[in-house]
Design a protein around this ligand. Structure first.
Ligand code: NAD
Length: 500
């Protein structure tokens, strides 16, 4: 059986599972086709990890864990630095691979996805030997200190929207803190994780420390979440699947970290820098075809500037260049799967049924060159805060527009959803910036910008957007347990049961 395939542009793609430091076929021989969303063609078929493969990967990680935990922390950091260097050197290959697999425009995979993946691994490499505990003041005669110990074997389950970046968000802090990992990429987009696994072997990671098992959520993912040999699940994905993960984790009460859906409010006040807000709001929703948990998918416009803003915003939305994502001039590619394209378009009907106005878009582009791909035009819809399109995550190039009168009203609208991931505001008032940022119920807030992400800054949400944090030193806390150690340095006999 072929173990790798060639595609155009010429790429040698690894299609097997990565377990215990080597590429292997799945035990049950299952295969999953990987589709190019630009034209619906099958790029390759990968081995499908089944439950027995997950068992093998968990066993390999368990075996590798004691030595990896004991390794000098700076040595672990050195290996992660080497992986970051290898990814950077592989930039051209990885960006083309990610573009073919996901439909992200090549200019983004080159300049954002690869660059952010490298930056996150570097940040976490640097943190590896700075994970300190603390000394606590306790009763006289006793010394107490708290160690941060790795959790053990971490199962990482990730979605298809930023598959390469999520490898670094999940593996970076987990490895730095001394954990071993079994990663299950999304079945739609497994290729960059397999490539990074290959690079990890080349730079010298010990077998079993990193394992990659692409498989379906309902089988491989569910089995990993239930597994008795797994100490933590780090999950990024939808809120409904997040609920299943919590239930599955009850088998051994493993730790769970959840990065779930979002419905970001992007508020434009009447004192906003309008041109910056127009461009920033377009980036907030249309970058990556809107397939971002932190997308600014609810545009809330102060009634005084709404018409002026919308005129410019609609003009910009209509001018976004859609096309083959391998073309460096393309600004917006296809959605990542046909099923997801259909889901996004179904919300256009929902909006119409609820009395919403489609201000632009709402359909596939007319360009015949794009007819076979999963394209959707940038879509802007006038809607009321209670409408389903303002409450449910659409996860596409689909933004709702709602007008507001004052700060009190807009805060009620902004916080009137179950999600709490990211939100933003545009204003020239420093006081308002701080006041509103403090009131937005979310894990992240952006002022006069949107969707800023940095490896040192914690990423995550509140409410039904989940709990726990990717990145930042906060992520290290999520990948370690606190161990408290008491030493009796006066050699006193404890007062209880003292006989003389
Ligand atoms: P999804 O929840 O359908 O799938 C995510 C992952 O979970 C995939 O690997 C899938 O195979 C797996 N999975 C599915 N069922 C499972 C089960 N029963 N047990 C274990 N694993 C299972 O999400 P998706 O459609 O791939 O991605 C889109 C969602 O991800 C959106 O809701 C988006 O907001 C969210 N997301 C969140 C963040 C964040 O950091 N908060 C980032 C990106 C995406």
């Amino acid at each position: 059986m072929a173990t790798s395939v060639e595609v155009t542009p010429k790429l040698d793609i690894e299609t097997r599972l990565f377990i215990n430091g080597e590429f292997v076929d799945s035990i049950d021989g299952g295969r999953i086709p990987v589709v190019n969303p630009h034209d619906g063609s099958v790029l390759c078929e990968i081995s499908e990890a089944g439950t027995k493969d997950v068992d093998r990967a968990v066993a390999a990680a368990r075996k590798a864990f004691p030595a990896w935990k004991k390794m000098l922390a700076s040595e672990r950091g050195r290996l992660i630095f080497k992986l970051a260097d290898a990814i950077e050197a592989d930039r051209e290959y990885l960006s083309i691979l990610e573009t073919l697999d996901t439909g992200h425009p090549i200019r983004d995979t080159q300049n954002l996805d690869v660059a952010r993946t490298v930056a996150t691994f570097r940040y976490m490499a640097g943190i590896a030997d700075k994970i300190d505990g603390r000394v606590v003041q306790v009763d006289p005669g006793f010394h107490n200190y708290v160690l941060r110990e790795p959790v053990g074997v971490v199962g990482s389950i990730v979605p298809w929207n930023f598959p390469m970046m999520f490898v670094s968000w999940k593996l970076g802090p987990a490895l730095a803190a001394g954990n071993c990992c079994v990663m299950k990429p999304a079945e739609l987009t497994p290729l960059s994780a397999l490539r990074i696994a290959k690079l990890s072997a080349e730079v010298g990671f010990p077998p079993g420390v990193i394992n990659v098992v692409p498989g379906r959520g309902s089988t491989a993912g569910q089995h990993l979440a239930e597994h008795m040999g797994v100490d933590k699940i780090a999950f990024t994905g939808s809120t409904p699947v997040g609920r299943k993960i919590v239930q599955a984790s009850s088998t051994n009460l493993k730790r769970v970290q959840l990065e779930l859906g979002g419905k970001g409010a992007n508020i434009v006040f009447d004192d906003a820098p309008i041109d910056a807000a127009v461009g920033g709001s377009a980036f907030a929703i249309f970058h990556n075809q809107g397939q971002a948990c932190i997308a600014g998918s609810r545009l809330l416009l102060h009634e005084k500037i709404a018409d002026q803003f919308l005129e410019k915003f609609l003009k910009l939305a209509k001018s976004i260049k859609q096309g083959n994502p391998l073309d460096p001039a393309t600004e917006m590619g296809p959605l990542t799967s046909a099923g997801h394209r259909d889901k996004v378009l179904s919300y256009v009907d929902v909006a119409k049924q609820e009395g919403g106005n489609i201000l632009t878009g709402g359909k596939a582009p007319a360009n015949p060159d794009l007819a076979k791909g999963y394209y959707v035009e940038p879509t802007v819809v006038d809607a009321k805060p209670s409408d389903r399109v303002c409450q449910e995550e659409v996860f596409g190039p689909f933004v709702t527009v709602t007008r507001f009168k004052d700060e009190a009203e807009v805060m009620e609208i902004a916080n009137g959803v179950v999600y709490g991931l990211g939100g933003g505001l545009w204003t020239n008032s420093l006081q308002r910036a701080h006041r509103v940022a403090a009131q937005i119920r979310s894990g992240m807030v952006w002022v006069n910008c949107y969707k800023r992400v940095s490896p040192g800054s914690p990423f995550g949400g509140v409410g039904e957007s989940g709990y726990g944090r990717d990145m930042g030193v906060e992520s290290i806390h999520d990948y370690t347990d606190a161990k408290s150690i008491f030493i009796n340095y006066d050699a006193q006999i404890p007062p209880f049961y003292k006989r003389s």
